[in-house]
Design a protein around this ligand. Sequence first.
Ligand code: ZN
Length: 331
Amino acid sequence: MLPEPSLRARFVISLDFELYWGVLDGTELRDYADHLDGVRDAVPALLETFASHRIDATWATVGMLLAEDFDEALEAAPSYRMLPKSGHRCPYRYASLERVMPRAGGITHRRRHFARDLARHIVSTPGQELACHGYAHIGYLDARPDPDALRADLLAMRAIASRTLGVSPTSLVFPRNQFDDAAIAASVDAGFPVHRGTSGKSFEAPAAKEDERGTRRLLRGLDAIADVAAGTRTVGRRAGSIDVPGSRFFRPLRGVLDPFGELELRRIERELRAVSETGGVYHLWFHPHNFGRNLRPNLARLERILQVAGELREAGRMTSVTMRDAAKDAA
Ligand SMILES: [Zn+2]
């Protein structure tokens, strides 16, 4: 007899696909250009790796990157907008400036912001889910909390995905993992009944950028290698949406010699095996731009994890699913 749906072991991978829109608030383009340029190789390489290990993954994509250029990104923007509080960079203002004063760099510059072709590649690869990561990647708590503006932002993302790719996403990853119950309710209203919740660990609870203190960062760093706190491992419900909680951020190598890299991998392997025994969901997440530098060594690290997931699948103890499919367990 099959175990209860909530006890089946599921392995979920979600990627926040955002290009420069994801780091614009806090990082200068020139300081991150090599990571962004590397995304053009990272996305096809990740798709190939997932295909060879039979991994289904969810790609939470920023709506703006589906535009061809800054003109289209502004034209497809919602008329009622989320706007970041002072102290944060505004993507709309940034795009307007780029439109009137284009920077040099031609196609290279454009590709650091736009990648409809890569999104098409994702959509045409079997087992991959295109999901939503907001239209303009503004953190809900970094803006004046306004559920109506969030709803308009999410609808704009769906509209551009449907017009340019012919898909209608239903899973959502909130930009910067920032949300509250009102935000979740607005997202359900906008047609997103599934979201990636946080791990349940206090230092990973949604917080505005200015509340990201050193202690939270330190605890997250420690938690990557040692048992600091237990996390949520079942698909649940919150404010009318199905919560497929993120378990762990899959950290990229900090350099070729990364003293913590091996410890982190072993920790993830242990956690995967533990979930395969108890049931529930193990959900890794990262960004394609994390693989934009040191692509091959980062892929080799990911393959170590995927090999364990493959063994567990062969043993009938765990399956790889998208967020959308993981949510069906709670439906
Ligand atoms: Zn993001």
